[in-house]
Design a protein around this ligand. Structure first.
Ligand SMILES: [Zn+2]
Length: 86
């Protein structure tokens, strides 16, 4: 039996981002799969989940060692203008 199944998630402590937010979204890398390795026989792509990003400040948390983030240096707000550029 999987010991993780006994854990009640409501009893666990939240992981909190440095900014105080406790909600994260999954981060996905997309990798090209050459046709000779693809089930479809055509060039394909596969997704690899590498961690989570805070929905408030976008700070990434990764569960994989050695992963680097090539995210844009300038974050853009909902109005299309850079954030923190005053
Ligand atoms: Zn945050």
């Amino acid at each position: 039996m999987d010991p993780m199944m006994k854990i009640d998630p409501t009893m666990l402590k939240d992981i909190i981002c440095e900014c105080g937010c406790n909600v994260f979204v999954p981060m996905i890398l997309l990798r090209e799969v050459p046709f000779m390795y693809s089930k479809t026989g055509k060039n394909d792509e596969m997704s690899i989940q590498i961690g989570y990003a805070c929905i408030s400040c976008n700070k990434p948390r990764t569960t994989l060692p050695g992963v680097t983030f090539d995210a844009p240096k300038t974050l853009v707000g909902e109005d299309g203008k850079p954030i923190g550029d005053s």
